[in-house]
Write a protein that binds this ligand. Structure first.
Ligand code: HEC
Ligand code: HEC
Length: 457
């Protein structure tokens, strides 16, 4: 399918070019993103770029023909993580891991960073310390709190994008998308009379997103891209009715975080979360979100940018990176039977029980097999669940939800519409309908066994 948004562009432009990214100009500006709009007459174009879910539009003007060469080449961005070879050490640790525990095998220094990172994660910001001007909540730990920091929360977010007939997905970065903040500081309210960000006028879809638990995301972050690609079967060559595919970020890298698997890495997701959730600028995202695409009125956000430093950002990411997936409970009796049924009826075709990390400079994350119950791909789940597009993911496509820790959740699916695990399964459509129908065809006792199994995760 031809779509401009899927082309990863590396734009290297001479410093004479106007880059309306309000940062100091290096010798040349290198921007990776997707072309949002092109003006052939003036040689100018808008590029969508950004970090995590915090996206920006950058306006660029190409120099007149004949001047400095402007290489404008399409290329898929390679995975950038630098991996060091460290000897694999069998962990052999049988002690149960409780929600909120760090992964085992950390050094004393890493455990210390985990603890200090949790303190930043739980820090409640105020307008004086940088909160807002738009925000969803005042702390990571207000949305990720149940039963411990890093767990789930009651907050529900609003995301909005525009899905065009040609298959192109516009994250509406020029109108404040894709995350539409639901709260504003008193100063912004006074200046503009807004109590939240307005929904973009061009939105074709609105998505509600519950605040999910983020246990074990450091392990998911460390799974090699090539493994994710190997699970994809976009043309359903094996004819099992399941055709998961990878999603990609605006610069072409493979995504894995968020319900649409749009964001490539944990550190980018977190840096973006500070800005989109709390309005906290940081060295990775040094500018605030716009107000529905418009500027922030003067004097409304007096805290100097960046509002947290690199160390606070890195500590937060270490907390999230080292947050362990809780151990499954004992799977005896019905739960043991349910585990086999989960495989037999095809749940495990998407919810892959285990994944393995690649080589990693952190020993505790180096080549570890772990329970994941996801393939990190997006699947078409049918029209009833459909909401927004994001990256390559169309409105009905969602990332296979990792079922690790699902026993601790109070509602299920991306918008929390399912109150029970049974309902969550019954709402699987599209590629999930085969497994759903096989689940429904089980005897009541067998269905209970599958649910009993899920309640051990
Ligand atoms: C207003 C509530 C809220 C706040 C505040 C918040 N989050 Fe989240 N978080 C969410 C929601 C909602 C999602 C799911 C987004 C989606 O589905 O695309 C999420 C997703 C995540 C994920 C990705 C999980 C996954 O499975 O892909 C990580 C990591 C994360 N948050 C970390 C953070 C960090 C770090 C902070 C603080 C800087 C933070 N969050 C602040 C609500 C919040
Ligand atoms: C085609 C891939 C696929 C298959 C097969 C599949 N699922 Fe899912 N599952 C998903 C996706 C994608 C989601 C997220 C949907 C959403 O958030 O709207 C999900 C969500 C869930 C959830 C909700 C998790 C949460 O925390 O919200 C549960 C529970 C679940 N699946 C269980 C099952 C069971 C049990 C089976 C087998 C009967 C199954 N799934 C088969 C893809 C699949």
């Amino acid at each position: 399918m031809k779509r401009i948004a899927s082309a990863a562009l590396l734009l290297v432009l001479a410093s004479t070019l106007v880059a309306v990214a309000a940062q100091q100009q290096p010798a040349y500006t290198s921007i990776q993103g997707t072309v949002h709009a092109l003006q052939p007459k003036t040689g100018s174009f808008d590029v969508v770029t950004g970090v995590g879910m915090s996206l920006r539009i950058v306006h660029l003007v190409a120099p007149p023909a004949g001047e400095a060469a402007v290489p404008l080449s399409a290329r898929p961005a390679p995975a950038t993580s630098v991996l060091l070879l460290v000897a694999l050490v069998a962990s052999g640790c049988a002690k149960p891991v409780h929600p909120g525990d760090p992964i085992s095998g950390l050094t004393a220094e890493q455990r210390d960073r985990f603890r200090r990172g949790r303190a930043v994660f739980d820090s409640v910001f105020t307008p004086e310390t940088g909160l807002g001007p738009l925000f969803n909540s005042a702390a990571c730990g207000e949305c990720h709190e149940d039963p411990v920091s890093g767990g789930s929360g009651e907050e529900v977010e609003v995301h909005a994008t525009a899905f065009h007939a040609d298959g192109n997905c516009d994250p509406l970065a020029d109108q404040g998308g894709p995350v539409i903040q639901q709260d504003a500081t008193p100063a912004l309210k006074a200046a503009l009379g807004l109590d939240k960000e307005p929904l973009p006028k061009d939105a074709t879809g609105r998505g509600l997103r519950t605040s999910l638990a983020i246990f074990g995301r450091g392990l998911l972050d460390a799974v090699p891209d090539s493994d994710i690609v190997s699970y994809a079967d976009p043309d359903d060559r094996n004819h099992d009715g399941i055709s998961g595919r990878v999603n990609r970020f605006v610069d072409g890298r493979i995504g894995r975080f968020g319900r649409k698997a749009f964001v490539p890495t944990l550190s980018e997701f977190n840096a973006g979360a500070f800005v989109i959730e709390q309005g906290i600028t940081n060295p990775a995202v040094p500018t605030e979100e716009s107000i529905g695409g418009g500027p922030i009125p003067a004097g409304v956000d007096p805290a100097p940018d960046p509002e947290i430093n690199q160390e606070a950002l890195d500590l937060t990411t270490d907390f999230v990176r080292f947050l362990a997936p809780p151990s499954p409970l004992r799977q005896t009796g019905a739960a043991g039977k349910g585990r086999h049924l989960f495989d037999q009826i095809g749940c495990a075709s998407c919810h892959l029980p285990t994944l393995r990390t690649g080589k990693n400079s952190i020993r505790a994350l180096d080549r570890k097999q772990f329970f994941a119950y996801t393939d990190l791909l997006v699947h078409d789940m049918g029209p009833d669940l459909a909401d927004i597009c994001l990256g390559l993911a169309t409105p009905p496509e969602f990332r296979t939800e990792p079922l690790v820790g699902v026993r601790l959740a109070h509602h299920f699916l991306h918008d929390g519409r399912a109150a029970t695990l049974d309902q969550a399964i019954e709402l699987h459509g599209g590629e999930g309908s085969g497994a759903r129908d096989r689940f429904k065809a089980l005897t009541p006792k067998e269905r209970d066994a599958v649910i009993a199994f899920l309640k051990t995760l």
